[in-house]
Design a protein around this ligand. Structure first.
Ligand code: FPP
Length: 263
């Protein structure tokens, strides 16, 4: 990989425009998988004296914008935390609104996603998701299944601890049934028991809105991920912010617990 930091002046981004920065960033190490905790919709709405759901609606538009630019940058997988297993605790009206958003998003943008070669996937406990929500996502999964561009993975009714426990239950069952030998249970094998079995681990995690926590998101998969936190609220998150996060990622030295060859 080219050493970007040798000539990159982070403070003024070398005076480049966003288009130039977009062109520049692709010459370096683009993360394969970006995971995003999209936070701050409620505060965005509150600042404007709007109902919280207006923030979620604006956040949906950001999803469209960021998907498009991620695809253009050649990112392979984008996982978005759209609804956590804890989000059911919110007022009924807000939950119902959040469960309508995938329909609205896909109702509006699915033809464009098909056109742009984006493949839609979903991870989470599907049982509790209302049929109208999951049917909209299933339709998108079906219509984009042959696409081989960006994978847009919605984490819907997702919780990482439940995912890991479920994986453990399946492992125990497979051991009992003689499908898996206990001695063969490596980290790599266990990864195949998780909802992300077809994904690589995220290279970069972004969380918006100034909160510095993981909120039960991809706890296993984020073991060696680079984290990037910003105070920007999700509805205000722009192409520039994504590029900024990727630039920061490109300036990091990933050692995965080892040493760099020159150290
Ligand atoms: C957290 O902000 C955000 C959510 C719980 C929902 C995220 C959903 C979207 C961004 C839209 C999803 C779009 C699609 C297409 C599925 P918050 O409400 O906790 O904000 P706050 O911390 O400021 O209150």
């Amino acid at each position: 990989m080219l050493d970007k930091m040798k000539f990159w002046n982070k403070d003024n981004q070398n005076g480049l425009s966003i288009d130039e920065r977009l062109k520049e960033v692709v010459h370096f190490n683009i993360p394969n998988h970006i995971a995003i905790i999209m936070d701050g919709n409620g505060r965005w709405a509150k600042k404007r004296a709007l109902p919280r759901v207006a923030g979620h609606h604006e956040g949906m538009k950001t999803v469209r914008k960021i998907t498009k630019v991620a695809n253009q940058l050649g990112i392979k997988q984008l996982t978005l935390y759209a609804f956590s297993t804890e989000n059911w605790k919110r007022p009924k009206m807000e939950v119902e609104y959040l469960m309508k958003l995938p329909e609205e998003f896909l109702g509006t943008f699915l033809p464009e996603l098909v056109e742009e070669n984006v493949k839609v996937t979903m991870m989470g406990d599907e049982e509790a998701i209302p049929p109208h929500t999951k049917n909209a996502v299933y339709k998108a999964i079906e219509e984009t299944k042959e696409n081989d561009g960006l994978i847009l993975n919605f984490a819907l009714n997702y919780g990482s601890r439940a995912e890991i426990l479920d994986g453990v239950r399946h492992v125990l069952k497979d051991v009992q049934n003689g499908i898996l030998n206990e001695k063969e249970l490596t980290e790599e094998v266990f990864s195949k028991y998780l909802m992300t079995k077809d994904f690589c681990d995220p290279d970069l995690l972004i969380r918006t809105s100034g909160e510095i926590r993981l909120s039960n998101f991809m706890l296993w998969q984020l073991a060696y991920t680079e984290f990037w936190f910003t105070d920007v609220l999700w509805p205000d998150f722009s192409e520039e912010h994504l590029v900024e996060a990727i630039e920061a990622f490109q300036g990091r030295s990933r050692r995965f617990g080892g040493l760099k060859s020159e150290e």
